[in-house]
Each structure stands twice: as structure tokens, then as C-alpha cells.
Design a protein around this ligand. Structure first.
Ligand SMILES: Cc1ncc(C[n+]2csc(CCOP(=O)(O)OP(=O)(O)O)c2C)c(N)n1
Ligand code: SF4
Ligand code: SF4
Ligand code: SF4
Length: 657
């Protein structure tokens, strides 16, 4: 162990006369059935070696408080923790301190090849030397460059997915559900492989639109969190060995160096041309570059796949107002930023104001963009005959920008316009040059959790959807205030235990979607990626294309639910099948076609699956432990609600229109 330490660490241990112990906490957690949770194990190790209390007394107290803390999560959780304590007691090893003679060095916090700002400012903060940095190193107006999580290699996964090309159906599901933007897919010209590292994997692309091309599914080994969501969702099972899929876990340390090379090579492959992509299915999305990557969200987070999806579809033109909550923390916590940009520099602009004002904040972004666009169009219309080609002006004014291709064409025309403005010194030309970029359509989004949408920001949200303006709201519904430790919100379902609902929530979840539907001119959808990927993609695309307000409410599994996060998408599926989370879309445009705007996308609930869904989650199961009678009453109350709500939705979907 000593010889494996970097010399800087060896020196510090010697200088500070430290005692140094190691414990293989991950193996113990695994053995005790605790997955990757090592807090109890590390706490035990601390008391074992620190001597702050006699060992026997310390162990007795730890066990007592473990029972107290975890009882509400169930007897099995308590037992696992008690087992882990026993295993940890004899597993700490004292390392013999040697000389400071290691040939290994600490890696720099960010690579030397990173941009100057990343090295000199963000790198210093990562290395915890931020307080020594002069204030002048920080951006003057507080605007931080995007695309910087790529330089912060966290290497937190013990195991990472390994791809088996021969088994892969190239469905793209793994990439779509990856919460961290780590597993990606590209189709490319086979000639590119000439320069590939020897371990780089590829196979013939499947499907007409990519015939003759090669495909690779590649993992960023140092950014993977090891959550396993991709492996869990992968449908391709090896018939000869049903325990094996088209992606399986392998040891990160052994794979790191080769996969790093492969990842770098993968990044050098040009992005798959949009004309090959069908963006209504996971496969097409998987091949589109995510403009949200490597965030610090919990491993397996249920919110981030939706954000990543929005970034893939509209990130090049998105402006995002984020409510305070998990999405504002992993979305913009210093030092690095997960929102990123394409090779041409286009990517989302993002900001967080407050918890309660996100809707109004985004509304301001919409109004500003509209005003700038209006002004640019005015100036442009009067530029005819002043040395700007007339057909260019006409094209810029008439392009409806309904598709990616039209938007790219508009961008090319804006570039041509700015070129022809370059030599002009008149004030109208300078003004037009200033606002010319506003001629390209902007996609305005407001992101936030249920605490924001259902409770604290509801007044603003209601005002903004009522405005009729073209704004898109994405509600990341974890059914609790996740970022502050799981307080109940109006989105918390009946029977769930949360802070402020410690006896299990008695009242039903507020139907935010139906409140929005009542306006008649708001696009509304309820989605769950794990239950129906195509419906989720469709809803997000429809919402964005609707020239008016839209709200998409997305089921987001969360560590606060007390689940195995690897199986979060399975819980999403069960939530829909059991009727807890109906899927629907309300598209006001359909009325003009004489069609019913309300489309119910999920089947009649199978409430016999309700217990299976609920009791796979500690938030529901713990009530059975704490108060079985009440749990039963609330379960039946929930079952009744599901039936009533389904009948109401069915009526809305089937009524003649
Ligand atoms: C007015 C106000 N009250 C409370 C807070 C503290 N706070 C920050 S994030 C948060 C929880 C956010 O919950 P939710 O909107 O559900 O988002 P999630 O974290 O679940 O994604 C709270 C209470 C705050 N920032 N501002
Ligand atoms: S293990 Fe998790 S983070 Fe890693 S590639 Fe799979 S889904 Fe992404
Ligand atoms: S989910 Fe499995 S089958 Fe689908 S693309 Fe990923 S590895 Fe291939
Ligand atoms: S607390 Fe929940 S919502 Fe927040 S980052 Fe973790 S898993 Fe995601």
C-alpha cells in the first residue's frame, strides 16, 4: 500500500506524523448487501482506530443509533447495517509508514491541456486552493464558461460498463437513460477506423439509414459513476449465458487506461450527421451529442436523463432558467459546469435565480429574446437597398425555423448578413450586427423540481403558463424536496413517508397537469422515461414545437425514494403500470384539426401491481413497518384514487370532440 501512494501524500503523512489505516469498505458494503453505501462502515472504522471511546462502548452506541436511525426504513436495512458494523470491526489494517520515495505523483486537478481559465481558476478550486486565489481570477460578471465538467475526472466508479458489439442491437436505450452523459453511440465512415487504437470496438451499423457505416457504443471511463442504469435497461441478453448482456460491468482500474484512449478516439470521430438520425426514437437520440454531461448528480439520478434529452434536442439554441433545487446544484455548482457546447461553440445558456422565481425569470428571458428578435427584424426589413442582398433579407425574414435544418440555414444566413455588415459604419448597421443572432430561434426552458412547481414557485408558474407565451417548463418530479433531504411537497403521493409527513402522507398528490390543461391553450404532458421512452421523447418534442406555453411533468426516481438506483427505470415502469403515474399528452393544436387534444398514453392501471411498486421503495415500505394499520388504509386510499383518476382521464380521452 505504502509504495502505491504518490510521493506528495507520503511526505504529508511523514511530516504530520500520521497513523495511516486502510479498509476495503466497498467489499464489506457489497458483502453486507448495502450496495455502495459505506457510511456506517467508515463510522465504525473511525471509532475503532481513533480511540475516542473504548471500543466496546463505541460499538454498543453505534449499534443503538443505527437501529434508531434505520428502523423506519425497515428491519432488513437495520440488519444490513449491523452486519456491516461487525464486518468492519476486524477489517481495518494499519499501514507501515516507510520512506518518502514513491515514483508516483499526484495528478494535476485538471489536465495540462485544459484551457487557461480551467487550469488557473477552476483547477485551483478543485485542488481546494480557492481561498489563496486572487479575486481577479474570477469572471467579472459571474458568467462561467460552459463545458468544463469534462476536465474534472472524478474516477468514482469501481466498475464500469463494457460493451459487447456482437450482442448489441444498437437500440440506444443505454445511452438515453444514462444520467451522466457517459455512454454514447456514434455511426461513422469505416475509413475512420484506420487510426483507431487496437482495443477500440466497433461493428456494422444496423438499419437502412446507416447502412455501410460502423457503430460504436463507448463509455467515458473516468466520468462513469458506475450506477448501472445502462446495464439494467439493456434488452440484449446473451442466450448462451443469460447473466450476460450487451453491456456488463468490468473493473474500472484495469480498464481505465485503454478506455481513456478509446474515449479520446471516440470524441475525435465527427458527430453523426443529423440526416441519419431519427430523433423520435432512443437510437437517434443516442447518436446526438448531449450538451449536458458529467454532472455531480447522485449516481443513477432520475432527473438528469430528461435534462440531457432536452439538451440533445434543443441545446444548441436553449436558454434555461433553473429553479433552486437539485437541478440548480448539479446544473451549475462550482467549480465546473455540466452544460456544454458543440464544436461550433453553440450550447445552452443557463442561469439560476431563486427557488421561487424561476418561472418569472424564464419569462423575462422569453420577453427579452422576443424583443431582440422584433428589433432585428425591423432593422433588417429597412436594410433592403442598403447594400445587403435582397434575397438574403427575404430568406432571413421568411425562414420559419421549424426544423434543425431550417435553423442551421438561418444561422448560415445570419453569418452571411454579419459579413456584409462588417464594412459598414452607419449606426443602423452596427445595431443590426448587435442583435443579428436574435434572428435565430431560441428555445426557452424553465427547469425545476416539484417543490418549486407544485408549491413555492406555483404562483409564478401559473402566471407564466397563463401568459400564452412560447415557454417550455420541465418539472422534474421526485415527489419530495430532494435537495434539502426529502420534505413532503404537494406532489408527494398518499402513503409516502417524507419529512413533514412522517406518519405517511394522507392527502392525495396535486394534479398539476390537469390544472394546466384547464387553460385549454397550454401543451401539457406527463412522462416517465423508464415506462415509455418514445412517448417521453415525443412529448418533449411536441412541447418545444408548440408556439405557446408548455409544461412537461417528468417522473424522476431519486435516492430519497429509498430504492436500488440501478433499477430506477424499472420503478418508473411499475409506477405507470400500477396507475400511480398515468402518461398523457394534451396538445391544443389538435383542436384545430377537429381532434381530441387529450391523449391518454398509458393502459388501464393494473392495481394488483400497486403493492409491488410501493413496497419496493423505502418511502412506502417504512410505513408498513412503523404503522401497518395506517399503511393498509393509505394503500387502499391510493388504490381508490388511481381508479377514480383513470376513469376521469379515460372520459377526457374518449369524449367526442
Ligand atoms: C424561498 C426558499 N425556500 C427554501 C429554499 C431552500 N431550498 C433550496 S432547494 C430546496 C428544495 C427543492 O426541491 P424541489 O423543487 O422539489 O427540487 P429537487 O431538489 O427535488 O430537484 C429548498 C427547500 C430556498 N432556496 N428558497
Ligand atoms: S454505469 Fe451509469 S454513469 Fe456509467 S455509463 Fe452506465 S448509466 Fe452511465
Ligand atoms: S442498451 Fe444494450 S443493446 Fe441497446 S445499444 Fe446499449 S448495449 Fe446495445
Ligand atoms: S437527490 Fe435525487 S434528484 Fe437530487 S441529484 Fe440525487 S437522485 Fe437526483
Amino acid at each position: 500500500m505504502w509504495d502505491n501512494l504518490p510521493i506528495e501524500v507520503q511526505k504529508e503523512i511523514i511530516d504530520k506524523k500520521l497513523s495511516f489505516y486502510v479498509i476495503d469498505a466497498m467489499s464489506i458494503a457489497d458483502k453486507a448487501g448495502m450496495g455502495t453505501r459505506i457510511n456506517t462502515i467508515m463510522q465504525t472504522a473511525f471509532f475503532k482506530i481513533s480511540g475516542v471511546l473504548p471500543e466496546e462502548q463505541a460499538v454498543e452506541l453505534i449499534k443503538k443509533y443505527t437501529e434508531k436511525t434505520y428502523l423506519r426504513k425497515g428491519a432488513d436495512v437495520v440488519q444490513k447495517n449491523l452486519d456491516a458494523i461487525d464486518l468492519a470491526l476486524n477489517a481495518t489494517h494499519k499501514v507501515k509508514i516507510g520512506q518518502a520515495d514513491s515514483i508516483k505523483h499526484m495528478l494535476p486537478p485538471v489536465p495540462q491541456t485544459a484551457p487557461k481559465f480551467v487550469r488557473e481558476t477552476l483547477g485551483e478550486i478543485i485542488a481546494q486552493r480557492g481561498e489563496k486565489m486572487p479575486v481577479s481570477k474570477l469572471p467579472l460578471d459571474g458568467t462561467f464558461p460552459t463545458g468544463t465538467t469534462q476536465y474534472e475526472k472524478r474516477n468514482i466508479a469501481e466498475k464500469i460498463p463494457v460493451w459487447e458489439p456482437s450482442l448489441c442491437t444498437q437500440c440506444g436505450n443505454c445511452s438515453l437513460v444514462c444520467p451522466h452523459g457517459v455512454i454514447r453511440m456514434k455511426a461513422y465512415d469505416p475509413a475512420i477506423l484506420e487510426n483507431a487504437p487496437s482495443t477500440f470496438k466497433s461493428t456494422d451499423a444496423k438499419g437502412k439509414e446507416v447502412a455501410g457505416l460502423k457503430v460504436t457504443v463507448q463509455v467515458a471511463p473516468e466520468d462513469c459513476t458506475g450506477c448501472g442504469a445502462c446495464i439494467n435497461i439493456c434488452p440484449a441478453i446473451d442466450r448462451a449465458n443469460p447473466g450476460r448482456k450487451a453491456i456488463n460491468f468490468g473493473p474500472q482500474i484495469e480498464l481505465r487506461d485503454t478506455e481513456k484512449q478509446n474515449w479520446d478516439f471516440f470524441l475525435s470521430i465527427p458527430e453523426t450527421d443529423s440526416k441519419f438520425l431519427n430523433l423520435s426514437i432512443p437510437k437517434g437520440i443516442a447518436m446526438k451529442q448531449p450538451l449536458f454531461e458529467f454532472s455531480g448528480a447522485c449516481a443513477g439520478c432520475g432527473e438528469t436523463p430528461y435534462i440531457k434529452l432536452v439538451s440533445q434536442l434543443f441545446g444548441d439554441r436553449a436558454i434555461i432558467a433553473n429553479a433552486t433545487g437539485c437541478s440548480s446544484i448539479y446544473g451549475g455548482n462550482l467549480p465546473t459546469t455540466p452544460y456544454t457546447k458543440r464544436a461550433d461553440g453553440r450550447g445552452p445558456a443557463w442561469s439560476n435565480s431563486l427557488f421561487e422565481d424561476a418561472a418569472e425569470f424564464g419569462y423575462g428571458m422569453r420577453l427579452t429574446s422576443d424583443k431582440q428578435n422584433e428589433y432585428a427584424r425591423e432593422l433588417l426589413a429597412s436594410a433592403k437597398g442598403k447594400g445587403i442582398p435582397e434575397e438574403l433579407v427575404d430568406r432571413l425574414l421568411s425562414n420559419t425555423q421549424d426544423s434543425d435544418e431550417q435553423i442551421e440555414a438561418q444561422r448560415a444566413d445570419v453569418a452571411a448578413l454579419r459579413e456584409s455588415l462588417a464594412g459598414k459604419s452607419e449606426s443602423w448597421a452596427k445595431e443590426l450586427d448587435n442583435v443579428a443572432e436574435a434572428l435565430v430561434r431560441r428555445s426557452v426552458w424553465i427547469f425545476g423540481g416539484d417543490g418549486w412547481a407544485y408549491d413555492i414557485g406555483f404562483g409564478g408558474l401559473d402566471h407564466v403558463i397563463a401568459s400564452g407565451k412560447n415557454i417550455n417548463l420541465l418539472v422534474l418530479d421526485t415527489e419530495v424536496y430532494s435537495n434539502t433531504g426529502g420534505q413532503a411537497s404537494k406532489a408527494t403521493p398518499i402513503g409516502a413517508i417524507a419529512r413533514f409527513a412522517t406518519a405517511g402522507k394522507e392527502t392525495s398528490k396535486k394534479d398539476l397537469g390537469m390544472i394546466a390543461v384547464s387553460y385549454g391553450y397550454v401543451y401539457v404532458a406527463q412522462i416517465a422515461l423508464g415506462a415509455n421512452m418514445v412517448q417521453a421523447i415525443k412529448a418533449i418534442r411536441e412541447a418545444e414545437s408548440y408556439n405557446g406555453p408548455s409544461i412537461v411533468i417528468a417522473y424522476s426516481h431519486c435516492i430519497n425514494h429509498g430504492i436500488d438506483m440501478m433499477k430506477g427505470m424499472d420503478q418508473q415502469k411499475m409506477a405507470v403500470q400500477s396507475g400511480m403515474w398515468p402518461l398523457y399528452r394534451y396538445d391544443p393544436r389538435l383542436k384545430a384539426q377537429g381532434k381530441n387534444p387529450f391523449q391518454l398514453d398509458s393502459r388501464e392501471p393494473d392495481t394488483s401491481k400497486l403493492e409491488r411498486y410501493m413496497y419496493a421503495e423505502v418511502r412506502f415500505k417504512s410505513l408498513v413497518q412503523a404503522n401497518p394499520e395506517r399503511a393498509k388504509v393509505l394503500l387502499e386510499k391510493q388504490r381508490e384514487l388511481i381508479g377514480r383518476r383513470y376513469n376521469e382521464y379515460r372520459y377526457l380521452a374518449d369524449r367526442p370532440f
